[in-house]
Design a protein around this ligand. Structure first.
Ligand SMILES: [Fe+2]
Length: 378
């Protein structure tokens, strides 16, 4: 993959969209049933069939750079996974092991105790993946599919953690994810922050994966317009500062890759259907002293993003959830300019065995044959 040529294609595509006064669109609007954000039984089946079955991106290599380094994954209820790098440098995911065991073992897994259970785990391109289903395997290349060349090119192993912020928020995990999937709210909600430099309501939308469950939204920044009419032979790698690549990595990650940083948002169901956890980590790529594409340093960039998400996006998300809990409206309409939301939610419904065009909440008793136990795993 020629990274610069790919970025040139993106700029040409975005300038064309802007010139035509349009954005990538779905074929039709979609009426999305709001019970999907409030139904307790759907919530349980999502945990079983999505979070306990699918490969999950839980972090990046820099978080355990050396043999013996470890960290805990505990973001799903009743789950404790020790991520540890062994004495030969290989990453492992150990179920029900403690951080203390990892620190005692210092990379020698024989010292973690007799009853350690390995979970499927793979590390590639600086990404750490696990799967909570012991019978499954993790294959990052297969999971990323046609996104693989991008991550291979970026190689996110050369990053360092700048900061972490965790939200334990009263909004459903899918509702919180929605905020990362469209750009028309930039001008309104973020008018004094992100909206100040971005071109609102214009985005390139591309689907990736097999099936196509991942997506990438490209959001342009205003200075991109200065490239119009210039010869692209003169364009260099600096053109990647004129847009933002925001990936949705199925099922629960929003990943913004900029020339200087990786903004990793990973979302998990909370204790109840109307609650979730977002773990945000910001990583710097390469030299820690170089300024971000917007001019600030690494810590300033991290603080800015926490502020925007906390005071703007998630403030709205929590208030929308309150209204959904009150069951005041049966549907949210996703417009043609929100293709990513449409595809993402249709995939979530398919993943739990429901028709993506479903409108009314199903009779779970009919689907499971036993209402007392709720939905069962596939
Ligand atoms: Fe936002």
């Amino acid at each position: 993959m020629n990274e610069l040529e790919e970025y040139k294609k993106i700029v040409h595509y975005m300038l064309d969209l802007h010139g035509r006064g349009t954005t990538d669109s779905a074929e039709a609007p979609y009426r999305h049933p709001t019970w999907t954000y409030t139904d307790e039984q759907l919530f349980e089946i999502e945990k079983e069939r999505i979070f306990f079955k699918e490969p999950l991106l839980v972090g990046f290599s820099c978080e355990m750079a050396n043999p013996g380094d470890c960290f805990m994954f505990q973001d799903l209820e009743n789950i404790n996974v020790l991520m540890i790098r062994d004495s030969e440098g290989k990453a492992h995911a150990l179920l029900n092991s403690s951080l203390e065991a990892g620190q005692v073992s210092a990379g020698d897994l024989n010292k973690c105790g007799e009853n350690i259970q390995h979970l499927p785990c793979e590390e590639k391109y600086g990404m750490l993946y696990i799967c909570l289903d012991k019978a499954s395997a993790v294959n990052i290349d297969k999971h990323l599919a046609d996104l693989t060349p991008w991550f291979k090119q970026w190689d996110l192993a050369d990053t360092q953690l700048i900061g972490e912020h965790v939200w334990d928020l009263k909004s459903n995990w899918k509702l919180a994810l929605d905020t990362f999937c469209e750009g028309y709210h930039f001008d309104i909600l973020h008018k004094d922050s992100v909206g100040d430099f971005s071109l609102g309501n214009i985005s390139q939308y591309k689907r990736f994966g097999s099936p196509q469950r991942h997506h990438r939204m490209t959001f342009p920044n205003k200075p991109m317009l200065d490239l119009r009419g210039t010869d692209d032979k003169d364009w260099g790698m600096e053109i990647q500062t004129h847009f933002q690549l925001v990936h949705f990595i199925y099922p629960n990650v929003s990943l913004l890759i900029s020339p200087t940083a990786v903004e990793f948002f990973v979302l998990y169901p909370g204790k109840k259907v109307g609650e979730h956890i977002t773990r945000y980590r910001s990583y710097w790529r390469g030299d820690i002293n170089r300024a971000s594409w917007s001019g600030g340093g690494a810590k300033e960039n991290f603080d800015f993003i926490v502020y925007v998400v906390d005071k703007e996006d998630y403030w709205v998300s929590a208030n929308v959830q309150k209204s959904l809990n009150a069951n005041r409206r049966k549907f949210s309409t996703f417009g043609k300019n929100e293709p990513s939301l449409i595809n993402m939610h249709r995939n979530f419904l398919s993943a739990v065995g429901l028709d993506p065009d479903i409108k009314e909440a199903p009779d779970w008793e009919d689907l499971t044959g036993d209402k007392s136990t709720g939905p069962v795993a596939a």
